[in-house]
Design a binder for this molecule. Structure first.
Ligand code: PEP
Ligand code: MG
Length: 325
């Protein structure tokens, strides 16, 4: 199978009826970057910057961070990298950061909430990203945005750092895209202003799904209880797609489900055109997408939804099996 995927590497992720998907990879350590050249991803759709912080014993200095981000961009050789600012708290705890015990860490002080309350750490990271870019295009995304003002504030912080770099005569990125991760259902219903302000949105499906179904992603007893192909969830994804389309906001999906071929197909049928996944999933997802007629898959999903089923998985899998027969 490995050879099959290698042969697919330079072919587009295009369905039989001509819909092209943008497949990106998720990364978080320097060691992930070589995969970018070999797995067929068009860029890095999610760069989890906190991993570099988690493997150290203290907050990395700004210059170390900048050097690191710069090397990531060097290794990407001009392909787009979307850097996610620190997503700590919940399942990712920095040993050197003082924090109080929380009864519900997943619902607690995490990600952008920490960044907005500890501005020094966030500002330092934003400066390091701007300097690491060394004039190259830069994409930054903020994790776990739950409402408009969090995004507004974080975005303003980044823009004011750009101004200050410029004022100090330093080179700034030739282009800057500022996006948000949609990981809480609330953001899907945010005021229009949010969709006007953001340059792109990435659905963090791991978190979004846990909050949508109120099922802890870390809890073995419940984590697999609700199917991603549950019609409620797919319909919600479709709603997000439509809202983004109305404002011309590029949307992608970067949770683990994007790397599962049937899930990826269902997301594509709901209108998603960009998926970010672990490198090893690119081949299998591309292979499936290239073998199907997307509008036919969409009809299968729609008729399953009309029939009142809870999940479209049985119908979609049966259809896929029949296709390959
Ligand atoms: C997600 O929540 O889907 C996501 C991509 O972020 P993480 O898994 O790092 O929380
Ligand atoms: Mg997340």
């Amino acid at each position: 199978a490995k050879e099959v995927y290698t042969a697919l590497r330079d072919l587009p992720a295009e369905t039989l009826d001509g819909t092209r998907l943008n497949l990106m990879m998720n990364a978080g350590l320097m060691a992930d970057l070589p995969s970018l050249g070999t797995c067929g991803a068009e860029g890095v759709g999610l760069y989890r910057t906190e991993l570099q912080f988690l493997v150290r014993s203290s907050v990395p200095r700004r210059s170390d961070q900048a050097g690191f981000y710069s090397r990531v961009l060097d290794a990407a050789k001009g392909k787009r990298v979307i850097f996610r600012t620190l997503d700590i708290g919940s399942d990712k705890v920095l040993p050197y950061m003082k924090r109080q015990e929380e009864p519900n860490p997943a619902l607690g002080w995490r990600a952008i909430r920490v960044g907005l309350d500890r501005r020094g750490v966030m500002r330092m990271q934003l400066q390091a990203l701007l300097r690491g870019a060394k004039g190259r295009p830069l994409s930054v995304m903020f994790p776990f945005v739950a409402q408009l003002d969090e995004f507004e504030t974080a975005r303003e912080m980044l823009l004011s750092e750009v101004e200050s770099e410029r004022a100090h005569g330093r080179v700034v990125p030739e282009s800057l895209e500022i996006g948000a991760m949609l990981e809480t259902p609330s953001l899907a219903f945010a005021p229009d202003e949010f969709f006007r302000l953001t340059d792109f949105i990435s659905i963090g499906g791991n978190d979004l799904k846990q909050f949508f179904f109120a099922a802890d992603r870390e809890n073995e007893r419940v984590r697999r209880r609700y199917d991603t192909l549950n019609v409620s969830f797919l319909t919600f994804i479709e709603m997000i797609v439509k809202r983004c389309e109305a404002f011309d906001v590029p949307l992608s999906f970067c949770g683990e489900d994007a790397g599962r071929p049937i899930e990826a197909l269902a997301f594509a049928a709901m209108g998603l055109r960009s998926l970010s996944m672990r490198p090893a999933s690119i081949g299998p997802v591309k292979r499936l997408l290239r073998s199907v007629d997307l509008s036919a898959a969409r009809q299968v999903i729609d008729s399953a939804r009309r029939s009142g089923t809870q999940s479209v998985r049985p119908a979609l899998s049966a259809w896929l099996t029949a296709q390959n027969a």
